[in-house]
Ligand binder design. Structure first.
Ligand code: DOR
Ligand code: ZN
Length: 333
């Protein structure tokens, strides 16, 4: 039986740290598991200018020395080539496309792909990554990802050299679309979409801590994601979409979407990959394919996971991590 796993230090290719005093603690929590993370820009105010890219990077780096934030900006209508060029010079690697009203702080998102066509053209020219929250917010919640796919396919066709990451793929339809598109289109997969379903939210007592966008789906969707990830496809890599919200809000009458998954992600993934007999696929998924897609050198150094019980903390800086209070069978050494 596998008792210890040593892998190259991993990357989290999709992370929310917020722009709140607790962000320092969230960054330190991620740094226990990950060497780098692609940090999402849907803060208040949003990361839309070179100055905000630089300041946010400095704040995260100061809070968690040794942890490298990979910066993004939020695409908003009216951004042109000049703005994109300046954001790239400030060190942003990716621009995030939030369809207007699709999720947390997306009221000022993109109303239509045409409204950001110039920005996308410049991102394509500069080799920036287009990171997409792929949901059509007017569709029924379980169908939002599938309903967005024509937009994804249209952008990929109009910008054949643009690197696109379809974030947190959650459905069989979304997975099939990403796999069918050319090599410049990839997807992040979260630990929650890989292991859980709508039953974990609403199949018993209501669990707001499992509520996220896109919403967890059917067992068939989860199983399709599992098969695809175990097949070691370089188009599929780990992005936690770890998204802490205060416990009070998550347990209130208008719970926001978001699962604070970063603290438990690696122990849960270790259990999944070891259980499937595919430890090599684990390292590719968390430490290799994401960096390769972004054109980054792999991290130096290794981390070790051991098969030893670990109790997930009840709370970190006012937010409840995924599976708070329960005991997992793997832990970080
Ligand atoms: O569940 C989610 N939470 N999905 C998102 O797209 C955004 C995130 C957040 O910022 O809370
Ligand atoms: Zn996200």
């Amino acid at each position: 039986m596998t008792e210890t796993i040593k892998i190259r230090r991993p990357d989290d290719m999709h992370l929310h740290l917020r722009n709140v005093p607790e962000a320092a603690a969230f960054a330190r929590a991620s740094a226990l598991s990950f060497a780098r993370a692609v940090v999402m820009p849907n803060t208040l105010p949003p990361v839309t200018t070179p100055g905000r890219v630089e300041r946010y990077r400095e704040e995260i780096s100061a809070a968690a020395p040794g942890f490298t934030p990979l910066m993004t900006f939020k695409l908003v209508p009216g951004m042109g080539a000049k703005e994109i060029e300046a954001l790239s010079r400030a060190g942003a690697l990716a621009g995030k496309y939030y369809p207007a009203n699709a999720t947390t702080n997306a009221e000022d998102g993109v109303p239509s792909p045409e409204s950001v066509a110039k920005a996308l053209g410049e991102m394509e020219r500069l080799g920036l990554v287009l990171s997409i929250h792929g949901e059509l917010p007017t569709a029924f919640c379980l169908d939002r990802e599938a309903a967005f796919l024509p937009v994804l396919e249209g952008i990929a066709e109009a910008h054949p050299d643009l690197k696109i990451v379809f974030e947190h793929v959650s459905s069989r339809e979304g997975l099939a679309a990403v796999l069918a598109l050319p090599r410049n289109v990839a997807a992040t997969v979260t630990v929650h979409h890989l292991l859980f379903t709508l039953d974990d939210i609403a199949g018993g007592a209501l669990s707001p801590h499992f509520f996220c966008k896109p919403i967890l789906k059917r067992p068939e969707d989860r199983d399709a994601l599992q098969r695809a990830v175990l097949s070691r496809n370089p188009k599929l890599f780990f992005g936690s979409d770890s998204a802490p919200h205060p416990i009070k809000r998550k347990e209130g009458p208008k719970a926001p979407g978001g699962i604070f998954s970063a603290p438990a992600a690696l122990p849960l993934l270790a259990e999944f990959f070891v259980g499937a007999g595919k430890v090599d696929a684990f390292e590719d998924f968390v430490s290799r394919f994401g960096a390769e897609f972004y054109g980054l050198e792999p991290n130096e150094g290794q981390i070790t996971l051991v098969r030893e019980p670990w109790r997930v903390p009840d709370e970190i800086a006012g937010a409840a991590p995924l599976l708070a209070g329960s005991t997992l069978s793997w832990s970080l050494a």
